[in-house]
Design a protein. Structure first.
Length: 388
């Protein structure tokens, strides 16, 4: 119930949908939202069996089938492993089995994208020192090193070896072989990709919901104006923009993946060639998904209508409205770093926030998450699926 889950609650509750926000942390901002019933639950990564039992027990009190929406990678893995036990009670709008593995495994995803004609950086998987030496000789530098599966670098040992980063920029062949030797004792499985030259603000995402029949029922595109930390951080200012090329590439990839559910497909414009190259696919909601509300594309509500209410839906495209999503904590971190390095980049705040502005936590109609306490009461009383 951080920015992603809080955004889901705020997208659904105004339509009369009862929302239950499940969180391990008692102080998660979304726990104080009037848009959901906040419930403490076991952790999907550390207590999967306890969480499965919790969700089964919760289903008995909901009064009907519910839409179960993950907000982090560990949740996605949990839902895939326990899908058979949970599907009698819940709609789970994400791929499963091998189709999910193709997305979560960054090496397989790159191969699938390339086969579909989607531009992808040169990618190699290293599982031995021989692989590392071969890769070191083949790449132009810099390169980026990542976990094949994102969650692998969150485990003890390897997390310290990579200094708790999700990706590492490497400047030379010697540095690449040394880095592999450092991580090998903890996790000898490494992904290396060509670095996509260009500034952070050339990252563009397609947000989409693809229904059971393979139709994209809602989509929008947005560009990162600022991310923190630089190069590998999260977007702290993200703005709605029309990018037909990214829309076309993203939809082509989702079709090749036989994807169903909510997805964020991220690309970065390669400065020398001008083409957009794939970075990753998130098969779930992400922090800035609520931007879709600004342009008339409420992905969570579209998914609910499709999966729970069974409505016959026509595709919803962006209505052309502009707007930005801002993370106050990320923006503050970026400003502090600028000051620490003695630089102050020109801020065109009017350009960044023209149109509607949505914030990661702050909302004047739901101030509890920002204030850290519950304000008012929840607008729904039970778990029965309802229509607006």
């Amino acid at each position: 119930m951080y920015a992603t889950g809080l955004g889901i609650a705020r997208n659904l509750a105004p339509h009369g949908v009862p929302v239950y926000g499940l969180s391990v942390q008692a102080d998660a901002p979304g726990n104080f939202s009037k848009r959901c019933h906040a419930l403490r639950c076991p952790d999907s990564q550390d207590e999967p069996e306890a969480l499965r039992a919790f969700l089964t027990d919760l289903a008995a009190h909901l009064g009907g089938r519910a839409l179960l929406l993950p907000t982090r990678d560990a949740d996605i893995r949990f839902l895939d492993r326990h899908r058979t036990a949970l599907e009698p009670y819940y709609e789970i709008p994400q791929p499963s089995g091998d189709r999910l593995d193709v997305i979560m495994n960054k090496h397989r995803l790159a191969e699938e994208a390339r086969a579909a004609g989607v531009p992808t950086p040169l990618t190699m998987r290293l599982r031995s020192r021989e692989d590392a030496r071969d890769a070191a000789a083949r790449f132009a530098y810099p390169v980026v090193a990542k976990a094949v599966y994102a969650q692998d670098w969150r485990k003890p040992g390897i997390a310290d070896a990579v200094r708790r980063r999700k990706a590492v920029k490497i400047a030379s062949a010697e540095e690449l072989t040394q880095f592999f030797e450092r991580v090998e004792p903890h996790h000898p499985d490494l992904l290396v990709q060509e670095w996509i030259e260009g500034p952070d603000d050339q990252c563009v995402v397609l947000g989409a919901y693809r229904g059971r029949g393979g139709r994209v029922l809602g989509w929008f595109t947005a560009r990162k104006r600022l991310q923190y930390p630089p190069e590998f951080g999260l977007g702290c200012i993200v703005r709605l923009e029309t990018h037909p090329e990214v829309e076309g590439l993203g939809k082509r990839l989702l079709e090749a993946l036989l994807f169903e559910g909510i997805a964020e497909v991220e690309f970065k414009r390669h400065a020398p060639s001008g083409e957009y190259r794939l970075i990753e696919v998130n098969p779930r909601h992400w922090d800035q998904h609520s931007l879709g509300m600004t342009c008339g594309v409420n992905l969570a509500w579209i998914a609910y209508r499709d999966r729970v209410l069974g409505d016959a839906l026509e595709p919803v495209s962006p209505n052309g409205a502009g707007g930005a999503w801002i993370s106050g904590s990320g923006l503050l971190g970026s400003l502090k770093e600028d000051l620490r390095h003695g630089r102050l980049r020109p801020w065109k705040i009017g350009d960044l926030v023209r149109g509607s502005t949505r914030y990661a936590v702050w909302d004047p109609n739901d101030p509890g998450p920002f204030l850290g306490r519950r304000v008012g009461s929840t607008p729904v009383a039970d778990g029965t699926p309802v229509r607006a």
